[in-house]
Design a protein around this ligand. Structure first.
Ligand SMILES: Cc1cc2nc3c(=O)[nH]c(=O)nc-3n(C[C@H](O)[C@H](O)[C@H](O)COP(=O)(O)OP(=O)(O)OC[C@H]3O[C@@H](n4cnc5c(N)ncnc54)[C@H](O)[C@@H]3O)c2cc1C
Ligand SMILES: *[C@@H]1O[C@H](CO)[C@@H](O)[C@H](O)[C@H]1NC(C)=O
Ligand SMILES: *[C@@H]1O[C@H](CO)[C@@H](O)[C@H](O)[C@H]1NC(C)=O
Ligand SMILES: *[C@@H]1O[C@H](CO)[C@@H](O)[C@H](O)[C@H]1NC(C)=O
Ligand SMILES: *[C@@H]1O[C@H](CO)[C@@H](O)[C@H](O)[C@H]1NC(C)=O
Length: 653
C-alpha cells in the first residue's frame, strides 16, 4: 500500500467496514528527520535518523479527527497513551486477537498504514497460491510449483514478511501441496507486517502494539529453530530490508580501538562477509551464510568457525541502536544503558527491544587451513569405527586449544555408519601446522585400519575458506525435531568422565539416531561481561541430535516423536552434562520443550539478572517469544498440536 494510493482505499473501506463515515484527510507519515549524532561513536544511518518524535505525533494528530493519534500511537508514559492502553488491556488476560471486539478495525489499520508511509503488509501465507479455496483466492499452479520446489531453501523464507523455516511451529496450516482442495489458514503467521525501512516505523509498531494490547513479533530471516519470529494474530516488524553496512577503520571507545562494522538489523551473514573481504578484515558469522547477523544470531550469542579464537559473536559487539518497549530509540553500550547492552549480548532475540543496528569489532585478515574427510563401517562390525571416533573426540582439548573448530556428522543408516568431517576448520593454521596438529590422530585412524584420506586445503582469508564449506542446510521440513547440548571441558578432565561422555554419544548413534556437531571452545578471550550463557564459556563440544517425525504426522504422532526426543534420547545427554556441572543448551538451536530451559539456555546465574532487566525495560510484556526471558508469564493457547506452536492466542498464565 502506498501512502497516497491508500487514501482512496481508506475512504471506501472506512465507511464500509465501520458503518460510520470517516472524514479522510491527507495524513502524512508520522516521522521526522533528526540529527544523526549518536553516543555510540558512529553516526546513525540516515534511516535511523527518521524517527517518531513528539512533534511528529502532534502533526499527525492534527491531520485526523477519527483517532486520537497521540493516544493510540504515542509513547509509553504519555498520559493519553496510558489511558488507551489501560482500556485495551482491561479485563483481558490475553493479547487482542483478530475478531475480538477490542482488536483494531480495518479503518484503524488503514490510518496506521498512512502513518507508516505505506509500509503495512497484510499477511498472505507463503503457500496460499497452492490452495483453490483459501481466503486469499490467489490459486496459481505455477507459483505453487515454484514455492514447493524452493520450500527447503532459505531465500524463499527470508524474502517473505512472515514465512519461517520451521513450519512445525507455525502449526502447518498452509503447507505447499499439489492438492488444491485443502485448507490454508494464517495459523501462527502474524496478521500484519511492517516492511521496516526506518526507525519511525519500528516506534509506531511498538507503540501501536503496546497501546492496543496486540501481540508483537520481530522477524528478520525466520531461521529460528523454534519459531520465535512468529505469532498468531500478531503485528510483525519485518527487519529484513535494513541492509546498510558501514566500515569504520578506526573505532575508538574506552575499551577498544580498531576496525569495526556498523550493520543494519537486516544484514545477513553473506553480506557482512563480503563487506569484510572488501576491507581486508574478518568478522564472525555462523556457518549458515543466510542467518541474520545482528538479529537473533548476535543477540542469542552466535557461534562461529572463529569461536575457538575470538569467542562468541556477541563478545565482539561495541554498541546497539535499539527501539525499546516504550517506543523510544536508545543507544546501548558500555557507557549508555549498560544493563540493556549486557542483556542484548547473549540474552536472546525478540525480548528486550528491537535492534536497528549493531556496531561490532572486525579482526585482521586470517588465513585458514581446512580439511574434509570421512570413514564408514558396517553397524555390525564397527569396533574400529568407534575407536576412530574416540581418537577424534578425546583430542577435542588439543584441537580447540589450537584455535580450531569442526563440523561433523555421525550417520546411522541402519546397516552402515558414516562419519563425515565437513570440514575440520583451522584458522591461523598452515597446512604444515594443521598436519602437525592432527598427525597422531590420523596415525591412530591408520592403526585401526580406517582409511580416511583428508582433502586439506589452504586459504588466504576467512572468506574463501568459509564460502560453500558447510554443506546444504536442511530447513522448511516438518519431519525433524532437533535437540542440542553444550558439553563442558570438565568431561575431558579424567578418563572416566570422558568415557561417560563418549559412550553416551556412541549409544545414541547405535540406537539409530544421527549425531552432529562441533568441537569448539569459545571461552572468553576478551574477558567480556555479557549475557552469553555461562555454559558457553566452558564448552568443549556442541552436539545436535534429532528424531524423525512421520510425514503429515497427526498431533499424537508429533507428540510421541517430540517426547521421545526430549525425554528418552536427551535424558542421557542431560545426565552426562547437567547445568550444575557446566552443561547447557544453545538457546538459538534448541529443543522447544527443553525441561529446565531457563537454566539450560541462559545459566543459573544469568537468568535472574536477565529477568530483572526484562522487567525494567519491558514491564508490560510488549515483547514475547517462546522460551525468551520472561516468557514463563505467558502461554500460547494452541490446543493440542503435538508440540508447542505459535498458532493460538497469547495469554498470561
Ligand atoms: C541452517 C541454520 C544454520 C545455523 N547456523 C548457526 C551457526 O553457525 N551459529 C549460530 O550461532 N547460529 C546458527 N543458527 C541459528 C541462528 O543463529 C538462529 O536461528 C538465529 O536466531 C537467527 O536469527 P535471525 O535474526 O536470522 O532469524 P529470525 O528467526 O528472524 O529471528 C530470531 C529471533 O531473533 C529475534 N530478532 C530478529 N531480529 C531482531 C532485531 N532486530 N531485534 C530484536 N530481535 C530480533 C526474533 O524476534 C526471533 O526471536 C543456524 C540456524 C539455521 C536454521
Ligand atoms: C553383518 O551383517 C551382514 C548382513 O547385513 C552380514 O553379511 C555379515 O556377515 C555381518 N558381519 C558380521 C561381522 O556379523
Ligand atoms: C596466529 O598464530 C600466531 C603464531 O603462529 C600467533 O602469534 C597469533 O597470535 C595468532 N593469531 C590469532 C588471532 O590467534
Ligand atoms: C588391521 O588389519 C590387519 C590386516 O588385515 C589385521 O592384521 C589387524 O589386526 C587389523 N587391526 C585392527 C586394529 O583391526
Ligand atoms: C578438495 O577440496 C577442494 C576445496 O574445497 C576442492 O576444490 C577439491 O575438488 C577437493 N578435491 C577432492 C579430490 O575432492
Amino acid at each position: 500500500m502506498s501512502a497516497r494510493g491508500s487514501l482512496f482505499f481508506l475512504a471506501a473501506n472506512a465507511i464500509g467496514a465501520l458503518g460510520s463515515p470517516v472524514a479522510v484527510r491527507d495524513v502524512a507519515p508520522a516521522a521526522a528527520t533528526v540529527s544523526t549524532d549518536s553516543s555510540a561513536g558512529v553516526p546513525l544511518f540516515p534511516k535511523e535518523a527518521v524517527q517518531l518524535t513528539d512533534a511528529a505525533l502532534k502533526t499527525a494528530d492534527s491531520q485526523t479527527t477519527e483517532v486520537d493519534v497521540a493516544a493510540v500511537f504515542g509513547f509509553d508514559g504519555d498520559e493519553d497513551t496510558t489511558a488507551v492502553a489501560k482500556r485495551a488491556i482491561k479485563s483481558s488476560q490475553c493479547k487482542a486477537f483478530p475478531g475480538d471486539s477490542k482488536y483494531p478495525k480495518e479503518w484503524m489499520w488503514s490510518i496506521f498504514d498512512l502513518l507508516l508511509g505505506g509500509a503495512l503488509i497484510k499477511t498472505t501465507p507463503i503457500a496460499a497460491p497452492c490452495y483453490a479455496n483459501s481466503a486469499w483466492s490467489d490459486y496459481d499452479e505455477a507459483k505453487c510449483a515454484d514455492i514447493s520446489a524452493r520450500f527447503t531453501t532459505s531465500d524463499l523464507h527470508t524474502s517473505d514478511p512472515t514465512s519461517m523455516m520451521w513450519p512445525l511451529f507455525q502449526g502447518r496450516t498452509c503447507m505447499p501441496t499439489d492438492d488444491p482442495s485443502g485448507t490454508c489458514t494464517l495459523g501462527g503467521y502474524a496478521s500484519y507486517s511492517i516492511d521496516v525501512k526506518n526507525v519511525a516505523q519500528v516506534q509506531l509498531g511498538v507503540n501501536f502494539a503496546r497501546n492496543m494490547n496486540l501481540r508483537l513479533t520481530v522477524k528478520n530471516t525466520g531461521h529460528d529453530y523454534i519459531g520465535k519470529s512468529s505469532g498468531a494474530g500478531a503485528l510483525n516488524l519485518w527487519t529484513h530490508n535494513l541492509k546498510d553496512i558501514q566500515f569504520i577503520k578506526q573505532y575508538k571507545s574506552a575499551g577498544y580501538t580498531g576496525p569495526a562494522f556498523k550493520a543494519g538489523a537486516g544484514v545477513q551473514g553473506f553480506e557482512i562477509l563480503e563487506a569484510a573481504r572488501e576491507h581486508d578484515v574478518t568478522v564472525m558469522t555462523g556457518i549458515c551464510e543466510t542467518v541474520g547477523w545482528s538479529g537473533g544470531y548476535i543477540t542469542g550469542g552466535g557461534h562461529s568457525p572463529l569461536a575457538s579464537i575470538y569467542g562468541m559473536a556477541a563478545d565482539q559487539v561495541l554498541a546497539f541502536e535499539v527501539v525499546t518497549a516504550d517506543g523510544r530509540f536508545v543507544t546501548a553500550s558500555d557507557s549508555k544503558n549498560s544493563d540493556l547492552f549486557w542483556a542484548l549480548r547473549g540474552g536472546g532475540g525478540g525480548t528486550f527491544g528491537v535492534v536497528t543496528s549493531v556496531i561490532a569489532k572486525a579482526h585482521p585478515r586470517i588465513h585458514v587451513t581446512k580439511s574434509v574427510f570421512s570413514f564408514q563401517a558396517p553397524v555390525n562390525d564397527s569396533a574400529n569405527f568407534w575407536k576412530g571416533i574416540n581418537a577424534y573426540m578425546k583430542r577435542f582439548p588439543e584441537f580447540t586449544n589450537a584455535g580450531t573448530y569442526s563440523y561433523f556428522w555421525i550417520w546411522n543408516y541402519g546397516t552402515t555408519l558414516d562419519f563425515q568431517m565437513t570440514p575440520f576448520f583451522a584458522p591461523n593454521h598452515t597446512i604444515e601446522s594443521f598436519n602437525a596438529l592432527t598427525k597422531d590422530f590420523f596415525a591412530d585412524l591408520k592403526s585401526f585400519n580406517i582409511s580416511a584420506t583428508p582433502n586439506t586445503t589452504y586459504h588466504d582469508d576467512f572468506y574463501s575458506a568459509n564460502k560453500g564449506s558447510w554443506g546444504a542446510d536442511t530447513l522448511g521440513v516438518t519431519t525433524i525435531r532437533q535437540a542440542t547440548r553444550l558439553f563442558p571441558k570438565s568431561l575431558w578432565a579424567t578418563e572416566e568422565k570422558f568415557n561417560s561422555f563418549y559412550t553416551t554419544i556412541q549409544d545414541t548413534v547405535m540406537n539409530g539416531h544421527t549425531v552432529g556437531g562441533y568441537h569448539m571452545a569459545p571461552g572468553n578471550p576478551f574477558k567480556v561481561d555479557n549475557a552469553v550463557n555461562e555454559a558457553w564459556r566452558n564448552t568443549q563440544s556442541f552436539l545436535i541430535t534429532a528424531n524423525m517425525v512421520p510425514e503429515n504426522a497427526t498431533p499424537a504422532q508429533l507428540k510421541e516423536a517430540s517426547d521421545y526426543l526430549t525425554y528418552d534420547i536427551m535424558d542421557s545427554w542431560r545426565a552426562v552434562a547437567p547445568a550444575s556441572e557446566g552443561g547447557g543448551v544453545y538457546l538459538n538451536e534448541a529443543d522447544i520443550q527443553e525441561p529446565n530451559w531457563q537454566t539450560d539456555f541462559y545459566g543459573a546465574k544469568h537468568y535472574p539478572k536477565l529477568l530483572a532487566i526484562k522487567k525494567r525495560w519491558d514491564p508490560k510484556g510488549v515483547f514475547y517469544a517462546t522460551t525468551a526471558v520472561g516468557s514463563e508469564d505467558w502461554e500460547v493457547r494452541d490446543g493440542e498440536q503435538g508440540t508447542q506452536t505459535q498458532n493460538g492466542r497469547l495469554c498470561r498464565v
